[in-house]
Design a protein around this ligand. Structure first.
Ligand code: SIN
Length: 286
């Protein structure tokens, strides 16, 4: 098994692993360590079944149902992310975010498999919240360390609901949920339980305000931080091929699905996982 870094800061392609074969303990611990070290791992030419997708997800944690985009009744943890060739809507995940950070228990990561990819476009971008922390000005580190941030589920609630024409996967996602508008507080800074590296835990889709400051007072600070997190230097871009798998750490990265392939179909299959959860990343806040 080999690891090939994608950028100087994070992301790695893993070769020498066949995920259609039973996953041994050795492979599982290699993959877990690779995810801890690189935050986004890529495996190419892996045509895996639904059962094998579940088995791979269990390497990292317990498969999680996305309450706003559950899968079919037989396997609700499996979200199919589909944009049809004729659709002119937004795409699922088409803005910088960490998954479901407005929940009390956001998932720890996800395993995404490409089933059908457009001939061009449809890339996914990631940014490292650890790289963003490392290069943050000391005065901002002081402001954020030990502070909490309020998150709300804007796309899924009522108060901030986006216009209908911008909504992706309307038939299969839950919308208009008043509970999504409720503020949930999470630490602004997390510490990786394996590597000990610190990272920001904010994102423009769900983070609303800093604890102790109003939305208006927080906005310029958060805007500055969002721009900092997603700098090209802190980012990477995944060019999908069919039967490719990307696993990401949802507490230490953000991601962004690019909506630039109108006229072509794209289908992905995703299972999120719960691991030790945020308390393991912020023991002092638990
Ligand atoms: C997402 O999980 O937010 C979407 C990822 C993608 O479709 O590339």
């Amino acid at each position: 098994m080999q690891t090939h870094p994608i950028t100087g800061l994070f992301g790695a392609e893993i070769t020498g692993v066949d995920l259609a074969a039973p996953i041994t303990d050795e492979v599982a611990s290699f993959l877990r360590q690779a995810l801890a070290d690189h935050l986004v791992i890529v495996l190419k030419n892996q045509a895996i079944s639904e059962d094998q997708h579940y088995a791979l997800t269990r390497v990292f944690g317990r498969p999680a149902v996305n309450p706003y985009a559950p899968g079919p009744e037989a396997h609700p943890e499996m979200t199919y992310i589909v944009k049809e060739a004729h659709e002119r809507t937004g795409v699922f995940g088409g803005g910088w975010h960490t998954d479901l950070s407005f929940l009390d228990q956001p998932p720890g990561g996800s395993v995404l498999c490409s089933l059908e990819v457009p001939p061009y476009g449809g890339d996914t971008m990631y940014c490292s919240q650890q790289a963003a922390w490392d290069s943050l000005a000391p005065a901002l580190k002081d402001l954020l360390d030990g502070r909490r941030v309020a998150h709300v589920g804007k796309p899924y609630g009522i108060k901030w609901a986006p216009p209908l024409e911008e909504q992706a996967m309307k038939g299969s996602t839950k919308r208009g949920d008043p509970d999504a508008d409720r503020e949930r507080m999470h630490p602004a800074v997390l510490t990786h339980p394996v590597t000990g590296r610190k990272g920001l835990y904010i994102n423009p889709t769900y983070a609303l305000r800093l604890d102790g400051l109003s939305e208006e007072m927080s906005r310029p600070i958060l805007q500055e931080l969002f721009a900092h997190c997603t700098l090209p230097e802190h980012s990477l871009r995944i060019r999908w091929e069919k039967d490719m798998i990307v696993v990401w750490d949802n507490y230490a990265t953000q991601h962004y699905a690019i909506n630039d392939y109108h006229g072509h179909r794209r289908e992905m299959r995703r299972i999120a996982f719960w691991n030790e959860g945020l308390p393991a990343w912020a023991p002092e806040a638990a």
